[in-house]
Design a protein around this ligand. Sequence first.
Ligand code: NDP
Length: 321
Amino acid sequence: MATHRTKMLIIGSGPAGYSAAIYAARAMLEPIVVQGLQPGGQLTITTDVENYPGYRDVVQGPWLMEEMKAQAEHVGTRMMYDIITEVDLDGGSPYRAVADSGDEYIADTIVIATGAQAKWLGAPGEQELGGKGVSACATCDGFFYRGKKVAVIGGGNTAVEEALYLTNHSDDVTLIHRRDELRAEMILQDRLFKSPKISTQWNKTVKSFEAGENGALHHLVLEDTETSTLEVDGAFVAIGHAPATELFKGKLAMDESGYLDVEPGTPKTAIPGVFAAGDVTDHVYRQAVTAAGMGCMAALDAERYLAAREDEAEVTAEAAE
Ligand code: NDP
């Protein structure tokens, strides 16, 4: 068990955390990243990434995250393979955090970049067929189902947007919803109902995801008053995301879904020196590139916060002389 003193503790290791680390290390803040349960974040469970700027050819999600991590280390970040289990944000900076290993962190600033995770249905076959037909991200994986039959499960904005997005690749998209009414905004519903490529299955729940002989998704078993099947090559579960903010309940303001509140257009939480970046505070864009951008903003704002504090301390010291 050790105590680590740092100017910046970054909790989480997706694009937001690593980008904050790169900027903070280059500003000589000697940041420490505590990587969390899934080092590298959500991109480590996707395969091909084609929309992260700077790469003409497809790159692999895990590789991209390894590169970001290596870059952060190269400029002076310390990586800890640990999980923060407790934070104390009372009493002003420096703040204290404790990790699963028992290590303690005393940090002048904290960047929370713990991300979010897609919610899953929990139906049989769903996890087993992940990457083999079942996905939670049409923007990431839709491209692989060109000309194939796909389904989207859910009735909110995400589900409808995913279904509409999939029509770029497929002429046969089915939206499956557990009720007979969508939760999505009217403008999105309007686009959905106008699309000749999208059909709907109302009042249906997915009972299981079934594989074909090749081991990939072959059909869904649906249930309402009776059971039916729907043959598909790809199924996109779009029933919402859950931000990883359990640690901050009662300590930081969050919306009803658990996303951390920040001052609009900034990564600043209501607590000075504590910042939030990436999917943990963003339920709308949720892209690697937007998370990276927010990580950068958090590091720059942290640097300004520390500089302003030093200036204040100097003025106070001079006044006391
Ligand atoms: P939502 O919580 O809005 O919708 C989730 C949908 O999944 C609901 O239709 C819900 O059904 C359904 N669902 C939930 N659990 C299950 C289950 N176990 N089985 C079957 N269906 C289930 O999540 P979204 O991700 O769509 O949106 C989250 C937030 O992000 C919202 O505030 C949304 O407006 C926002 N958003 C905004 C966008 C934009 O502005 N462009 C884009 C995407 C999201 P039911 O309706 O019956 O509860």
